[in-house]
Design a protein around this ligand. Structure first.
Ligand code: NAD
Length: 492
């Protein structure tokens, strides 16, 4: 690997949003400091410099935000307005985000190190997602049930109430849009808590929401870390937690929210298999496999971090993989040729690096497309490890994948499923029968065939089997996640 590409510091974007005093919390349509006055800094991983400081919300602030969300839910100005008016507000939100798409992408690149081409795509996708959900309010139906002629039985779909939306640092705008879209379309109100490593775009979105007709208090934004998240999860007036993040925190969310039996959606981690059959277009499969674990520096829940290739084509496929890995140029998120930016923080770099040491201790051999520098880490392939190795079992969340082999489709399915996770998988083959049989056998929420990480903007469900989560975002399924069904039985 050559030295990571750099950008003249004077040419790096400096959004006006970053100037001025510490960013505040959005509660009931107004910006307010944390009651404690505490703040924390958020850093640019490419330069190591602080970007700005942000209010650190305590339990008292979460309480204020939840109270505002509750009032907004009970007021006649949101859940009770016509579905058409709610659609119009969602369209306005999509429009205002689209008008500021570049700024939001820049904020995410600065905050978490993702290359600008990727954060631009994530923001465009988020706008499309919001427009998708803008179509829902007018299409949410209850049912009429067969009943005795002396009765009339029907169901209503009603919002849950206050939704706590807790998100991870790796896709800030996208994850917020995935939660705001369905929560608002179904008439809920929201307290959002973005991740402490990348809270800026959510706060800017908060400002943009104030330019729309969204009533005050319908969306509130509290910033902070675990303490803030835990206060939200444990709050009695929160009806649902929609969480995107790690397995460990997901388990904690279930524990805390069980106290008052909140509804919970969990979008957690993965250790997704990429399965390459001997009849596949190996060049395309190698491109897909490397994109699967290296795109976005591997900091993606759907990262294809276990690659299984059919024994007979291992050598050829390995050559192609190594060649493709070298094409992943590391550099400043704002350099136009950058494929991979820095990892999101020094702590995260340390964590990912420690897995490379673990791989060596476990007897693995490592092929990297160059050396690491600063927080930049090139794609790394680990070989000579088996299912019992920690690097094969645990989510690394960096540009690291293990390469293993399989004999036939049954073996590929068995090895692909040999994980506690079940978020996604990709299958590369030109044989239709193999493709569908393998897709059917894999215990994963999404299976891509001859593709990797295609993301639908709302139409198909997304979520995990096993310990990759509970529930689904998107698709028809998402309505169950954000509404209660009420049965009404009328005696005529
Ligand atoms: P994390 O679990 O450490 O943090 C996620 C969020 O939870 C943050 O906002 C954090 O402040 C908050 N939090 C931390 N402790 C909490 C607690 N006790 N109570 C309530 N909230 C708490 O995850 P991360 O490091 O930000 O993100 C990486 C993880 O997210 C990876 O495991 C990745 O696979 C997963 N992820 C999953 C999806 C998906 O859709 N399945 C998408 C993106 C990321």
């Amino acid at each position: 690997m050559s030295t990571p590409l750099t950008v003249d510091p004077a040419a790096r974007p400096a959004p006006a949003f970053l100037t001025g005093p510490a960013k505040k919390l959005l509660i009931d349509g107004a910006w307010t400091s944390a009651r404690s006055g505490e703040t924390f800094e958020t850093f640019d991983p490419a330069t190591g410099k602080a970007l700005t400081s942000v209010a650190s919300a305590g339990a008292e602030d979460v309480d204020r935000a939840v109270a505002a969300a509750r009032r907004a839910f009970e007021a006649p100005s949101w859940a009770a307005i016509t579905p058409y008016r709610r659609s119009r507000v969602l369209l306005q939100i999509a429009d205002v985000l689209e008008a500021h798409a570049e700024e939001l992408a820049v904020l995410d690149s600065l905050d978490m190190g993702g290359p600008l081409w990727m954060t631009r795509w994530l923001v465009d996708h988020s706008v499309e997602v919001l427009r998708h959900y803008a179509g829902w309010p007018t299409k949410i139906y209850g049912q009429t049930a067969p009943s005795d002629p002396s009765a009339f039985h029907y169901t209503l779909r009603q919002p849950l109430g206050v939704v706590g939306a807790i998100t991870a640092w790796n896709g800030p705008v996208l994850q917020l849009a995935w939660k705001l879209g369905p929560a608002l379309a179904t008439g809920n109100t929201v307290v959002a808590k973005p991740a402490e490593w990348s809270p800026l775009s959510a706060l800017r979105i908060g400002e943009l929401l104030l330019e729309t007709d969204l009533p005050h208090g319908v969306v509130n934004i509290v910033t902070g870390g675990a303490t803030t998240g835990e206060a939200l999860t444990g709050h009695r007036e929160v009806d649902k937690i929609s969480f995107t993040g790690s397995l460990a925190v997901g388990k904690r969310i279930l524990e805390v929210s069980s106290k008052d039996l909140k509804r919970v959606t969990l979008e957690l981690g993965g250790k997704s298999p990429t399965i390459v059959f001997d009849d596949a277009d190996l060049e395309a499969a190698a491109k897909g496999a490397v994109a699967g674990f290296a795109q976005g520096s591997g900091e993606g829940c759907v990262a294809g971090s276990r690659i299984f290739v059919q024994e007979s084509v291992r050598e050829r496929f390995r050559e192609l993989l190594l060649r493709e890995m070298k094409a992943y140029t590391l550099g400043d998120p704002f350099h136009p040729e950058t494929r991979m930016g820095p990892l999101a923080s020094p702590q995260h770099f340390q964590r990912v690096s420690s897995y490379l040491d673990i791989a060596r201790e476990e007897g693995g051999t490592l092929e990297t497309a160059g050396g690491s520098e600063g927080l930049y880490m090139p794609p790394t392939l680990i070989e000579n490890v088996g299912a019992d190795a920690r690097v094969v079992g645990e989510e690394i969340f960096g540009p690291v994948a293990a390469l293993m082999t399989f004999t036939d489709a049954d073996d590929a399915i068995a090895q692909g499923n040999d994980t506690i996770y079940g978020l996604s998988a990709s299958v590369w083959t030109t044989n239709l029968e193999r493709a569908h049989r393998t897709a059917s056998g894999l215990r994963a929420g999404t299976v891509w065939i001859n593709a990797y990480a295609d993301m639908s903007a709302g139409t198909v469900p997304f979520g995990g089997f096993k310990q990759s989560g509970i529930g689904r975002e998107h698709g028809i399924e998402v309505l169950d996640a954000y509404t209660e069904t009420k049965t009404v039985m009328v005696h005529l």
